[in-house]
Write a protein of this length. Structure first.
Length: 509
């Protein structure tokens, strides 16, 4: 009852005219930022952090944090637009949408359904995550702090195991792509010793191979090269991108059939987000892998399956909400974006941590109420804009091709204002084209590149702490359960295939 009273007071704060105005402004700015490849929520919050200082001084820190949070939520929704319409991830956690969002939009000619499905899943996943945040923030923060290196390593192993099904035609190709991704993640400085490795004397490689340029190259430029090879640059797309109430209703019906999946991924994503330093990206990939494992129609994934859109997006948005748990309750950022937001708290004179709930309850509960409102506003804005967004699909292919290449190059360069990132995007565009021709899955490569550095770091920290004893990964109950679950997920597709082969001769007789 006390929680509901506090939340009611938070809504009274969030619904004040100035707070509401800055929340909507933040959502709109975040939506625009999320559409631009290479920027994203973290960059947007960092760029606009100085403005929040003026907002806090002229209004209140609550208004400033509501503004920054609005940018975060808007970027989460905006990141799906280029992923679905152009096959270019606007955000790292939107990469999982490429696998089914783009095929549904372009190959099946349903961009409106793809977009509205992702928006609906985002809103539902974030809603349930926000409810969990409201009632369980302190408790979950206390539990998450128990996760040491062994437990975090087990979490990453589980993330890899869920994606084994993505290489269904050739599991060995999927394993090779994971190895390639881990090799790329190892380039740069050793995370433990600080020693340079795999740089080959090139100073530019000491900072590592950026995830976003690689992804832009693989999925953006690589797709353009493949399209030009198959259909020619002058090809005109003949998809009728009519979007109306029928498409929205179809998405709602699809959500009704998958509501359990979306809610489950929202809970899983919230759990990932509550782990300090990890969140939306790992949660989205895990959500996609679990959706495929649970599906009765695994062969439809990668061809425009709506479950492959809703599951990762619900997990990603829920992870973003969950990342606020350690920030508010422990003073530990749950994600890069929440780290920037936490810097704002220090600038405004607030100390994040357990005492924040006691010393500044209006700030905490005003922020929580704004999460409900911010996701609702962004969802409505995006849903109303779906017809305008889908009109992009009517542009001639000869116009879209150079446009996508240009925004890919701009997105890669805007990361660090370095031509190295542009070169990486172009090189991996060529590599992505070749991998498509050879029918190698790209998803395991991307997942390994994203999680490889953190996986190695936690593995080595766990072994250092146990003086090289690998039993540390099974002596911890949490780690043992996660690794056992990963083993089951990893072995199940192989076992089911063997059972089908054994059953085939029996049915032939």
């Amino acid at each position: 009852m006390e929680v509901l009273n506090n939340l009611a007071g938070g809504f009274a704060t969030a619904l004040q005219a100035n707070n509401l105005l800055f929340l909507i402004a933040g959502c709109l700015l975040g939506l625009i930022i999320g559409v631009l490849p290479g920027l994203g929520g973290t960059s947007g919050v960092a760029i606009l952090l100085p403005i929040s200082v003026h907002i806090a001084s002229s209004n209140s820190p609550t208004t400033a944090i509501i503004f920054l949070a609005g940018i975060y939520w808007g970027a989460l929704f905006g990141g799906v637009i280029t992923s679905i319409l152009f096959n270019i991830p606007g955000e790292p956690w939107a990469v999982a949408l490429l696998f089914d969002g783009y095929p549904l939009a372009k190959r099946l000619g349903k961009p409106g359904v793809a977009l509205s499905s992702s928006f609906l899943a985002s809103w539902v996943g974030a809603l349930f995550a926000t409810i969990l945040l409201t009632f369980l923030a302190k408790e979950l923060a206390d539990y998450a702090i128990r996760f040491g290196p062994a437990e975090l390593f087990a979490v990453f192993v589980l993330s890899f195991a869920t994606l084994i099904g993505l290489g269904a035609e050739s599991p060995m190709k999927a394993v090779m792509m994971v190895g390639f991704g881990l090799l790329l993640a190892a380039i740069g400085f050793d995370t433990i010793t600080g020693e340079p490795r795999l740089a080959f004397g090139q100073i530019g490689l000491l900072s590592g191979v950026g995830f976003v340029p690689v992804t832009i190259g693989l999925f953006g430029i690589g797709e353009i090269i493949a399209s030009a090879d198959e259909r020619g640059v002058g090809y005109v797309e003949k998809i009728a991108a009519r979007v109306g109430l029928k498409d929205v209703l179809e998405s709602i019906r699809a959500l009704g059939k998958r509501l359990g999946l979306v809610i489950a991924n929202g809970v899983i994503g919230f759990f990932f987000g509550s782990l300090p330093g990890h969140g939306a990206t790992a949660g989205s990939f895990l959500g996609y892998g679990l959706a495929r494992q649970w599906s009765r129609n695994k062969e439809n994934f990668g061809k425009g399956e709506i479950s492959g859109i809703m599951a990762p997006q619900a997990a990603a948005d829920a992870s973003a909400v969950g990342s606020l748990v350690p920030m508010l309750s422990l003073g530990v950022p749950g994600s890069p974006t929440s780290a920037v937001m936490m810097a704002g708290l220090f600038i405004w004179g607030l100390q994040p941590g357990p005492l924040l709930f006691v010393d500044h309850p209006g700030f905490v509960w005003g922020l929580m109420a704004s999460i409900y409102l911010g996701h609702l506003f962004t969802f409505v804005i995006c849903l109303l804009a779906v017809p305008l967004l889908a009109l992009i699909m009517r542009a001639p292919h000869g116009i879209l091709t150079p446009f996508i290449v240009i925004i890919s190059v701009i997105g890669a360069y805007s990361l660090n204002n370095e031509m190295k990132d542009v070169a990486v995007a172009i090189i991996f565009g060529i590599i992505g084209y070749w991998l498509r021709k050879m029918k190698y899955p790209l998803a395991p490569l991307v997942v390994a590149l994203v999680l490889g550095d953190a996986t190695e770091r936690e593995l080595r920290k766990a072994l250092i702490g146990s003086q090289g004893d690998p039993s540390v990964f099974v002596t911890s109950p949490i780690s043992a359960i996660l690794i056992a679950l990963a083993a089951v997920l990893l072995a199940w597709p192989l076992v089911s295939r063997a059972l089908r082969r054994r059953a085939a001769p029996a049915t032939s007789h």
